[in-house]
Design a protein around this ligand. Structure first.
Ligand SMILES: Cc1cc2nc3c(=O)[nH]c(=O)nc-3n(C[C@H](O)[C@H](O)[C@H](O)COP(=O)(O)OP(=O)(O)OC[C@H]3O[C@@H](n4cnc5c(N)ncnc54)[C@H](O)[C@@H]3O)c2cc1C
Length: 444
């Protein structure tokens, strides 16, 4: 008997671990273990709950079901494998420091019980170990990473979902779910699960990709794929995304989108090389940066009451939908870390709690990028002006009006600060770090 341990690969299509287990010809039990370090945010937990329900439905239509276990993966899987007399546990690798630690611990625990852990790839297009500088070191600058990354993998066709997942008749009694039900609000905006992911991808390939490079910075439009939560939970593999895109479009058209997938993999690459960056700045000179403690300002930012319409629109979009357009994430991040001089970690924590696409690597990477303390980051002198950003990327105000309907009335707050003064204060604080000045980062 085989066990498939689902982790961040909540799909049946293009799932090497599941395919290997089914191809063994043996019976297969599919499990998910609650209790690992991710996800923890309330938005991600709601998504997870809905996604597991979808996965269970897909498995049931193929003669199986999803068994949900709680507790440490080591203990839960060892006990379960022993109880079912399983010979092998199949899983997909999770390319985070914690995911790899968990994998090693599970492998050791299973070995003690005489069970083999068989690990497949699928979370990333290029295995991080295969993307190295000429000295064999990890990259810290995006442009050369991107070049090496493009040469480290090839587009491949995706595996079909198995038609049947033969499972034993005995269903385990002790299954539990420790997660909250998905909120109605989440389902108003999203369809968590593999089918929702595939529909979103098909719509993007048909209607979005060709204009992606020109519309991706315009938050009023659905100009980006909005695949991020589906990719985060592995409801669709990046290989399936690329294969669907290249089946319909040439490489030139696909290139700007592939570049964004490269940012996703660069974030994973940087976190693996620098696990300490979850809480500490990658650039050591930022250790001494004097952030301001300002609980009221932080609350105004979280609640979308800063008086800067683009910032408030973004924060309200996040609160309502669990997602925010990338251009607006950059503006909101800049406002918190530069206009308000609040530590990027407060922003990272809030996003971790509220994003449905929360990814441990991408969130930390992008917050450090915005703050100027990260890999190949925005230089300290790039302080976004929220009003100019709105004029440029939301010229007719459609986005801000959608999320801030009281704009222009007495009910909308006055700006909480003068941007020009705040900008000067930020520049003075950053210059105090006596940095020599980093070159501007590449276009995002
Ligand atoms: C402060 C801040 C925090 C962020 N936190 C997260 C996070 O927790 N999880 C997350 O997935 N993205 C995060 N991002 C990156 C980016 O904003 C989202 O990936 C993107 O908005 C998702 O929308 P989309 O799927 O329509 O993107 P598309 O433009 O369609 O891009 C396709 C895919 O590429 C990846 N991608 C695109 N841009 C980036 C980027 N800058 N960094 C890493 N991957 C990227 C995502 O997987 C995305 O789904 C953050 C950005 C900022 C500025």
């Amino acid at each position: 008997m085989r066990i498939v341990w689902f982790r961040r690969d909540l799909r049946l299509s293009d799932n090497d671990a599941l395919t290997a287990a089914v191809r063994s010809g043996e019976q297969v039990v599919c499990v998910y273990v609650h209790g690992s370090s991710w996800p923890t945010g309330r938005a991600s937990l709601a998504w997870l709950s809905a996604s597991l329900e979808a996965l269970d439905g897909s498995l049931r239509s193929r003669g199986s079901r999803l068994v949900q276990l709680t507790g440490e993966a080591t203990h839960a899987l060892k006990t379960f494998a022993t109880r079912f007399n399983a010979s092998d546990v199949h899983c997909s690798r999770v390319w985070t420091p914690e995911g790899l630690t968990e994998e090693r611990a599970v492998a050791d625990a299973l070995t003690e019980a005489g069970v083999a852990l068989r690990v497949s790839e699928g979370q990333l297009l290029a295995v991080p170990d295969a993307v190295r500088t000429s000295n064999g070191r990890p990259f810290s600058v995006f442009t050369p990473f991107h070049r090496a990354w493009l040469g480290a993998w090839r587009p491949e066709s995706a595996l079909p979902a198995p038609a049947r997942v033969p499972s034993p008749e005995v269903t385990p009694e002790k299954t539990a779910s420790a997660i909250p039900d998905a909120t109605e609000r989440l389902r108003r905006w999203w369809t968590p699960g593999e089918r929702g992911a595939q529909e979103r991808l098909a719509a993007f390939v048909a209607d979005g990709l060709a204009s992606y490079d020109t519309t991706r910075d315009l938050p009023a439009l659905h100009g980006t794929s909005e695949l991020s939560p589906h990719l985060t939970f592995g409801e669709i593999s990046p290989r399936s995304v690329v294969s669907a895109i290249l089946a319909e479009h040439g490489e030139d058209v696909a290139a700007p989108f592939l570049r964004q997938l490269a940012w996703r993999e660069f974030a994973a690459h940087v976190l693996l090389a620098h696990p300490e960056t979850v809480s500490r700045p990658l650039r050591p000179e930022f250790e001494g940066f004097e952030w301001r403690e300002d609980a009221q300002a932080l609350d105004a930012w979280k609640e979308g009451r800063t008086g800067f319409a683009l910032v408030d629109a973004g924060m309200r979009q996040l609160a309502e939908t669990g997602w925010m357009h990338n251009r607006v994430r950059l503006v909101c991040g800049s406002f918190l870390t530069k206009d308000l001089l609040v530590n990027w970690r407060r922003g990272e924590e809030h996003f971790r709690e509220t994003l449905v696409d929360h990814d441990p690597a991408s969130n930390v990477f992008n917050w450090q990028w915005v703050a100027g303390s990260g890999a190949d980051a925005a230089p300290y002198f790039r302080v976004f002006n929220p009003s100019l950003q709105a004029a440029r990327f939301d010229p007719d105000g459609a986005y801000v009006k959608r999320w801030v309907p009281e704009l222009g009335t007495d009910r909308y707050p006055k700006p909480m600060l003068d941007h020009a003064t705040a900008r000067m204060r930020a520049l003075a604080a950053y210059e105090a770090l006596k940095r020599t000045g980093a070159p501007p980062g590449p276009r995002r």
